[in-house]
Design a protein around this ligand. Structure first.
Ligand code: HPA
Length: 254
């Protein structure tokens, strides 16, 4: 399935604030077109200490694709075609529960899907048989623990609520999400995680909390410029987590 040397076992999907990897050697960029359409951006094949990794900017390199318009099926399929077996999905999220304060890095272990109308499965048309993937544990336990080993001070576990966006939530919506058991909120965690499972790619999320969710911790309004400052600072830490991860998980080490 690999396309002539443009291949890696590990991929990083960058979200808001992460459009390139620092300290990685970029080898080649390629525009792929899949049977599900075009991925959000060209794929970049990079190397860290000789280990290949593929990077994809989820919202496009100019950050012009909103969460509900991302072609998740094309993104994941393109990575699969490059031989990817593990995906680290980086996401900027809002914090709901008390320990999820801005600047915290969280490796969630559960999720709840509130999105709608997204093309969320590969198993819809021309089927020979109906498939229901197991999704009890939405994130790969092995990849999560590798990520936690690379991310000093990251919080281990939490429930990610995937909302539709692109608007932020009302305070009442966040109150309801909290009652449902959500700890953090983002707009891109689904269907990315379940599509990865459908095509048998290990998937884990590295979430950076960039604001208190609406109505939490006394917030009355969420200010974009405050989020931006935390994104800028926090993504530098996320980038070093990614470097640590690569350091400890060389190609083929499994
Ligand atoms: N809600 C949803 N998605 C987000 C938020 C939020 O508060 N912050 C960053 N992504």
């Amino acid at each position: 399935m690999n396309r002539n040397n443009f291949a890696a076992e590990i991929a990083i999907i960058g979200g808001t604030g992460l459009y390139q990897l620092d300290g990685f050697e970029n080898i080649e960029q390629r525009k792929l077109i899949t049977r599900w359409g075009e991925p959000s951006s060209e794929l970049t094949l990079s190397r860290f200490n000789n280990s290949p990794v593929i990077f994809l900017a989820r919202h496009g390199l100019q950050h012009n694709i909103p969460p509900h318009k991302v072609n998740y099926r094309a993104n994941l399929w393109a990575l699969k075609e490059c031989g990817v077996k593990k995906i680290i999905a980086v996401a900027a999220v809002g914090g709901i529960s008390a320990k999820m304060s801005p600047e915290t890095i969280v490796i969630p272990d559960q999720l709840i899907d509130y999105t709608y109308g997204r093309k969320h499965t590969y198993f819809a048309d021309d089927l020979q048989q109906v498939t229901h993937i197991d999704f009890t544990e939405p994130y790969s336990a092995r990849l999560r623990s590798q990520l936690l080993a690379a991310a000093e001070n990251a919080l281990d576990g939490g429930t990610y609520a995937a909302t539709q966006g692109p608007r932020l939530e009302t305070a009442a919506e966040v109150k309801k999400l909290k009652q449902d058991g959500a700890d953090i909120i983002g707009m891109t965690g689904m269907p990315e995680a379940s599509l990865a499972r459908e095509i048998d790619i290990e998937y884990a999320c590295c979430a950076l909390v960039v604001n208190w969710a609406a109505g939490c911790a006394g917030t009355t309004k969420i200010e974009h410029k405050e989020i931006q400052a935390i994104v800028d600072k926090g993504m530098l830490r996320v980038k070093s987590v990614l470097q640590n991860f690569m350091q400890h998980n060389q190609a083929g080490s499994d």
